[in-house]
Design a protein around this ligand. Sequence first.
Ligand code: C5P
Length: 301
Amino acid sequence: MATKAPVLICPAMNVNMYNNAVVKENISRLTAMGYLFMVPGYGELACKAEGYGRLPEIPDIVEEVESILTPKDLRGEKILVTAGPTREPFDPVRYITNYSSGKMGYALAIAAKRRGAHVTLISGPTALPTPRDMTFIPVASAVDMRDAVMEHLDSATVVIKAAAVADYRPSSRSARKIKKGGDGLDLQLERNPDIILEVGRKKGNRILVGFAVETENLVENARNKLKKKNMDIIVANDVTKEGAGFGYDTNIIKIISADGKIENVPLMGKMEVADRILDKVKKIITGRQSAPRRRPALRDK
Ligand code: C5P
């Protein structure tokens, strides 16, 4: 009661106590006064009853606190993020994939959510926990990812394509497991759709952020990609550097904007890197909002 800080209450009690009319009414009163509550977890309770009443998981409480304490400068934005690798199957038990862990894309989705955006995360298969408080759409192949992106594109104001989409997929998928035979096995591959290229063509006023993972001529290749794919920002990633790229919790990037400006972001955690990228997105949004409105053309009567 003495603090002026936001107060988060995480109730933990017997399920019938939690459902008790007086408790419910008190929670409503406190909510109306500005106190914040988390819904308890479901499961076996200390008294052996089953239901809602467990203390929420500690990482979830920590995430809630992070969200509460983050200024909501992206409120009103609808941010579509893709993350992780894709899986391109060639028989029922095997597939082609890459080393993407999904960490950069998930960090972007979580950071955008903390800053007040409505987030849709379309993710290839990863080992990461599903983030809370966002729309989560799991996909496997590049074609699945493309379909999910196109389905959700209309409502998005910002699209961030952090996924490592496989450029090629096996041309055919055997209905049965391919048996060991001769000394070698030839796989025929065909091109996957380039999702960001398609988004770039119909992006309208949306802000489009892409990634470039390169092992040589980083800036030049990234700039070419930004132009070709009609992006507003490209995040260039030199994966030959220690601490950058796939699998690491850190990254070293260059943020290149459509106007050619480059911001060098030194080695830092992927959550901080995510915030730097979102700062750039926010700058574009603010710039557009403060640009003088063009007057409607006067028409001859
Ligand atoms: O040309 P490149 O694949 O290096 O471009 C990388 C960017 O394009 C990333 O943002 C990635 O998510 C996106 N991409 C895509 N669909 C593909 C290949 C890449 O959206 N098939």
